[in-house]
Design a protein around this ligand. Sequence first.
Ligand code: 13P
Ligand code: SF4
Length: 395
Amino acid sequence: MTTAQPLDVQPTPLALLLLGREADPKSERGVECPGDLPAPSAPDLVERARAAKEALGDKVFVLGHHYQRDEVIQFADVTGDSFKLAREAAARPGSEYIVFCGVHFMAESADILTADSQQVVLPDLAAGCSMADMATAEQVAECWDVLTDAGVAGSTVPVSYMNSSADIKAFTGRHGGTICTSSNAKRALDWAFGQGGPDTRVLFLPDQHLGRNTAVRDMGLSLDDCVVYNPHKPGGGLTAEELRAAKMILWRGHCSVHGRFSLESVRDVRERIPGVNVLVHPECKHEVVSAADQVGSTEHIIRTLENAPAGSKWAIGTELNLVRRLANRFAAEDKEVVFLDKTVCFCSTMNRIDLPHLVWALESLVDGKVVNRIQVEPETEKYAKLALERMLALP
Ligand code: 13P
Ligand code: SF4
């Protein structure tokens, strides 16, 4: 008979917060919503957004990630993947306000890369990212202690995916590492492995799939070169020998949206649509990426379809807002685009940014009130910026 042990589980404040009711500034998904949002059914929302943007003129620049809803993305001055949006944010010193239609870590990165006088607004603070939430500053500090005890911290270079909080980016900068996105992960790993001798290894945070897919698919490493560090297990669930032997220490994080795509979805679509090309985002599991024809960031997916010949067929493994938009756009060019999975797969937090929130954010700016400002604390910003600038300087 087993005796009940006291639960030693860190409470997760996020799960207990009612969306739109409270604020949780320590978490990636702070939540605060005013009671005076326009109703989603208000018939004049499009007109109000247009009028507010026009009134703000050059003072405002709206960035839109490819996963945003149609109703929102139509108001973006620039759309892009997270790499392109980070660069765009850095390249707009003239805009007083950057309204970021994306998720929290993207808005944080925009704040880090813009001048102190510029203000970054995230129309709904509940737009977080469950993957970014999977690595907290405390957990990562503990991991570094584990690597230190195993004698490998000195030969480990952290590489953190853009989809991480500013704290994790600052940790990365402090320890000589770089940020990467899905469009430059190979270049970031090349850079990281070039930072030391042959025993250099990478601690890849927080998406194990992007780390593994890049290492194995693009860098020629083997699956045996990769180990998974589980922050919920003592010592990450790894022995010092395993850590010493590893080239890639992958954080046990993942995207729940891309995690839905399976080998079965790939087999299934190939059966249903003969001749189909399967194109997936590198956040998908390794088995899915291995079975796909092509892999790439959201920007890469769009470019690939733009360059595809008429009559070609594509099954896309990424978020549904984007895939639906692409399906509609390319139908006119006789390119068939379908969603890789059979069931719905929106990113629920990306979807938090809707037209009422955008209208509210823009109209507030017109009234001289900055709502939902994302502001990274200076010490964190300093080191996070170092890591982001290393990424922007990658060849
Ligand atoms: P991209 O950088 O490819 O746009 O990806 C961001 C993201 O969050 C994917 O889930
Ligand atoms: Fe995060 Fe996944 Fe949504 Fe991208 S799709 S923002 S990784 S939860």
